[in-house]
Design a protein around this ligand. Structure first.
Ligand SMILES: C[S@@+](CC[C@H](N)C(=O)[O-])C[C@H]1O[C@@H](n2cnc3c(N)ncnc32)[C@H](O)[C@@H]1O
Length: 249
């Protein structure tokens, strides 16, 4: 039997399990596996789920925090109500969305930000990987405005050029940063999750006074990759382009 057949079957199996347990997505099991391994969400926590549509992760987060907890989900797309969660339609990179999250939180502090965010895929791996890298880095910067010392952060990343820029920026802000690939992800997938635990009271020296995005840009320019505006065939606002050394000179 082909590898592809095996992978499709495995994915379908997770989808069936998820459906039978009332979860909206197979991805719900990715967060469940992250939770089993790292215990990133605790009962009573306030959790922000970035890129929450159609709601699978928000369902899992709401179960984990329980009645005393709070879950806020945000997505560009409308998400049907999730029991135990407040859902916002909005772009996490926009100030208006941050304000709405703060309004819902009121006096409460967020404990954890989880993000399964994914851009509109173009189907070309390099483009998708780099746009996704940029988005996840923007989510890390947004999360830094909420997470108190000791708090946690989880984001999806796709293996590829520049990924170390994000991993290093995270490692400058959290005492424990690990990559983890849940078995509910496709085995051939280059998707993995960055699990960041215990936010430091202040960033390590290398990350001080800089945003994660600035650190990523520095890393990319060291690799000879520039960020350019308006990549023709992508819906992203910003994309990456690898430039040859001679182009730089
Ligand atoms: C893979 S889906 C998330 C699935 C979700 N974890 C679940 O289990 O139901 C990724 C989501 O990220 C959202 N997204 C992409 N860019 C975003 C942005 N700038 N702000 C908010 N959400 C965004 C997309 O609309 C998409 O619904």
């Amino acid at each position: 039997m082909s590898k592809r057949w095996y992978q499709d079957n495995r994915r379908d199996a997770w989808r069936r399990i998820a459906r039978s347990k009332g979860y909206r997505t197979r991805s719900a099991y990715k967060l469940k596996q992250i939770q089993e391994r790292f215990g990133i969400i605790r009962p009573g926590d306030a959790v922000l789920d970035v890129g929450c549509h159609p709601g699978g992760w928000a369902q899992v987060a709401a179960e984990e925090v329980g009645n005393e907890g709070l879950v806020i989900g945000v997505d560009l797309l409308a998400t049907s109500p999730v029991e135990g969660a407040s859902i916002i339609i909005g772009d996490i990179t926009e100030e208006g969305t941050i304000t709405r999250i703060r309004e819902i939180l009121g006096e409460r502090e967020l404990n954890v930000v989880v993000s399964d965010i994914s851009p509109n895929l173009t189907g070309r791996y390099d483009t998708d990987q780099t746009i996704s890298l940029e988005l996840s880095t923007l989510v890390l910067d947004a999360a830094m405005g909420f997470i108190p010392p000791g708090g946690g952060f989880v984001t999806k990343i796709f293996q590829g050029t520049g990924i170390e820029g994000l991993v290093n920026a995270a490692a400058d802000r959290f005492s424990n940063v690990q990559r983890y690939s849940p078995t509910a992800s496709r085995s051939a997938s280059s998707e993995t999750y960055l699990i960041c635990q215990n936010r430091l009271p202040q960033p390590r020296t290398r990350g001080r006074g800089k945003s994660a995005m600035e650190q990523l840009q520095e890393h990319l320019s060291e690799l000879g990759v520039v960020i350019e505006q308006d990549v023709d065939d992508s819906k992203a606002k910003v994309g990456f382009r690898r430039i040859a050394k001679r182009e730089e000179e």
